[in-house]
Design a protein around this ligand. Structure first.
Ligand code: ATR
Length: 276
């Protein structure tokens, strides 16, 4: 099977490592190639990949939205989210999917199933591309309320249209408001790039006054323990690391390409060693 990743910059991507493990699990031979291209080369690169009849590929920053006009079909979830991270080739037609949000929720559910009991309140920090997929998927789960906090409030408001649930109460707020009411949340999800290497000492809000037993999740995976997670841990919170989303979005993408189930938990410990 011919697979790959398109984006810029991607030289340090861990996706080739993950997909190699999945190929081994199902005893499949294949390649996972990095297509690091600048924007002015995107169209040319994609037509080459089409000619090569690549079986599927992942799409990452900055092309998750830009790829859409080059696709023949969009899965309904990718269409609603407005971004694609996985492309599947079928009969030389390209179909775009988004496995980021579902990958994230699948990982969270595996570790903390009790969060999905129907009466939990969620704080979502950030309203960028990553947040969109996560919010869209969160809205399909049984939560009591979701508050979206963002530096630019208008961007948080733009996410509201993705909520197709009649049950979940969704509101937007500033980081200051979120900090003040921190103790009411059972799950806090950090989706901004704040805290990512090399700015490892920054975090969007302080974790003082979190509720006992809260789960604090950060999608940043470099560093492994972000400043926000470290802060939360010291307040007694349970934490959920960012590498999980990366691993589970890859699992779902690989399953689309191969048509076979793979086990992400089996490779998690070895994967964490790749990051640390
Ligand atoms: P991505 O696709 O990775 O989510 P993005 O769409 O640029 O990237 O979104 C980045 C997110 O990080 C946004 O929520 C952004 O806040 P704004 O919408 O206010 O820009 C947030 N972000 C980035 N840098 C930030 C900073 N220094 N302080 C606070 N929030 C920041």
């Amino acid at each position: 099977m011919k697979l790959g990743l398109i984006g810029y910059p991607i030289q340090h991507s861990l996706s080739p490592w993950i997909h190699k493990q999945f190929m081994q699990q199902i005893e499949m031979t294949g390649t996972y190639q990095l297509y690091e291209v600048e924007q002015n080369q995107l169209a040319e690169q994609l037509s080459q990949m089409k000619a090569e009849r690549i079986n599927g590929f992942n799409v990452t920053v900055p092309y998750k939205q830009m790829i859409i006009p080059y696709l023949d079909e969009l899965d309904v979830h990718a269409e609603q989210i407005g971004a694609v991270n996985t492309v599947l080739q079928r009969d030389n037609r390209w179909i775009g999917y988004n496995t980021d949000g579902l990958g994230y929720i699948t990982a969270l559910k595996t570790k903390y199933p009790e969060l999905f009991s129907g009466d939990k309140r969620v704080l979502l920090l950030g309203a960028g591309g990553a947040s969109r997929g996560i919010f869209y998927t969160l809205c399909q789960e049984p939560f009591e309320a979701i508050d979206i906090a963002n530096r630019t409030l208008d961007r948080a408001d733009e996410l509201l249209i993705l909520n197709h649930s009649n049950q979940i109460k969704v509101t937007t707020c500033t980081y200051e408001d979120a900090e003040k009411s921190l103790s009411q949340y059972d799950l806090i999800i950090q989706t901004t790039s704040v805290g990512m290497k090399p700015n490892v000492n920054s975090q969007v809000i302080s974790m003082n006054n979190v509720k006992r037993g809260v789960v604090v999740s950060d999608i940043v995976y470099q560093p492994f323990l972000t400043s926000l997670l470290d802060d939360a841990k010291q307040q007694g919170a349970r934490i959920h690391h960012g590498h999980e989303m990366l691993l589970y979005q890859a699992k779902l993408a690989f399953q689309l390409w191969s048509g076979k189930q793979v086990n992400a938990e089996k490779i998690e410990v070895a994967f964490m060693e790749q990051i640390k």
